[in-house]
Design a protein around this ligand. Structure first.
Ligand code: SAM
Ligand code: SF4
Ligand code: SF4
Length: 337
């Protein structure tokens, strides 16, 4: 099978793998503690893809055209010996961009150094505010803000720069933090990215009133720090790039709700349990773990994956506004954003 394209002519270029469905935070927009409490059944260890299984799958995806790989979760740094997995993945020749998204809670200087040495190229750290009280409410476990700010410093110190700092913006919850965050990260070399609050999963009680459109967000920043648009780095780039006119660096806005980018979406996702999802908002997936564990040869897996990609029709965000009934969707903590 050659590199597949889907029904909307989109190739398969990027892969996100969730290495665990567990998390040490309970962000209300992702894993609200009411639903993800002590009685919640997380996946048993035996259900998770092993490092060897992940490595094999990524090799096969790379042979089908994947060049960018991101590890995520749940919280990926909860997966023991993650640096061993990174070392294995960094050796796959076609993968030219290997990155990780984390909440930073476990990112000590030593952990950052091990990830870098194993071959991690880039890191995104999530941070929604600089207000201690709001941050503790938004992480759901009263985790101190200072520790995430330190994690950003550790990542920078070991050379994982430029770091992307991901801020999900919820109207009425942390929109007051937009300007303080812009001021804090301007000139730091880190790229702040504002993400529109999305209706992923079914747990977060999403409502469109809580979405702050990116145009409104840019209007808040522009009077204090004039901005100008930058061209995208590559086709299919999700964030729209802006730079401070005075040379204070760049920011990104991810307009998944108000200006969907399904047209250029070349991304597949694999859940911690080995389900392939061809859209973040998918209500079902394709089981990769079963054929992997029944010793299917590589070529058979290539055919399966390529065939699924060729059938892909997903463009959920582009259709969101016109949908009356929304089917049940996979939770963000399973497929990792
Ligand atoms: N635990 C890691 C973290 O928080 O960075 C990685 C997994 S998390 C699911 C990946 C990204 O998705 C984070 O930046 C998070 O803020 C974002 N996210 C989670 N729920 C979201 C939602 N409902 N809308 C927009 N972004 C969301
Ligand atoms: Fe955990 Fe990340 Fe989800 Fe927050 S966004 S609950 S840190 S997986
Ligand atoms: Fe891609 Fe689905 Fe998001 Fe559209 S809604 S950009 S198809 S993941």
């Amino acid at each position: 099978m050659d590199a597949p394209v889907d029904t909307l002519h989109r190739p398969l270029r990027e892969l996100r793998i969730s290495v665990t469905d567990r998390c040490n935070f309970r962000c209300p927009y992702c894993m609200p503690k009411e639903q993800f409490g002590s009685k919640y059944h997380f996946l048993p260890r035996s259900s998770l893809l092993s490092f060897e299984e992940i490595h094999r799958i990524v090799r096969i995806f790379a042979s089908l055209g994947v060049r960018k790989l991101r590890l995520t979760g749940g919280e990926p740094l909860l997966r023991r010996d993650l640096d061993r997995l990174i070392r294995m993945l960094a050796e796959i020749p076609q993968i030219d961009d290997l990155s990780l998204t984390t909440n930073g809670a476990l990112l000590t200087r030593e952990a950052a150094r091990r990830l870098k040495e194993a071959g991690l190229q880039r890191i995104s750290i999530s941070l929604d505010t600089l207000d201690e009280e709001v941050f503790q409410a938004m992480n759901g476990v009263q985790f101190p803000l200072r520790r995430v700010l330190q994690a950003i410093e550790h990542a920078a110190a070991v050379g994982l720069a430029p770091i992307k700092v991901n801020m999900v913006v919820k109207r009425g919850v942390n929109d007051q933090a937009i300007l303080p965050m812009a001021r804090h990260f301007r000139g730091s070399g880190q790229i702040l990215r504002f993400i529109e609050y999305m209706d992923v999963g079914n747990s977060n009680d999403w409502c469109s009133d809580a979405v702050l459109p990116s145009t409104e967000l840019l209007e808040k920043i522009h009077p204090e720090f004039p901005l100008e648009a930058l061209p995208s780095n590559h086709p299919g780039e999700v964030a729209k790039r802006w730079r401070y006119v005075d040379g204070g660096g760049e920011i990104g806005v991810i307009t998944s709700v108000t200006e969907p980018f399904c047209e250029g979406c070349t991304r597949a996702r694999i859940s911690a349990a080995g389900m392939l999802h061809t859209c973040l908002f998918a209500s079902h997936g394709h089981d990769l773990r079963a054929p992997l564990r029944s010793d299917a040869p590589d070529e058979q897996l290539r055919q399966l994956i390529g065939g699924w990609w060729e059938q892909r029709e997903d463009r959920y965000s582009a259709l969101r506004a016109s949908q009356n009934t929304i089917p049940a969707k996979i939770e963000m903590s399973y497929i990792g954003g």
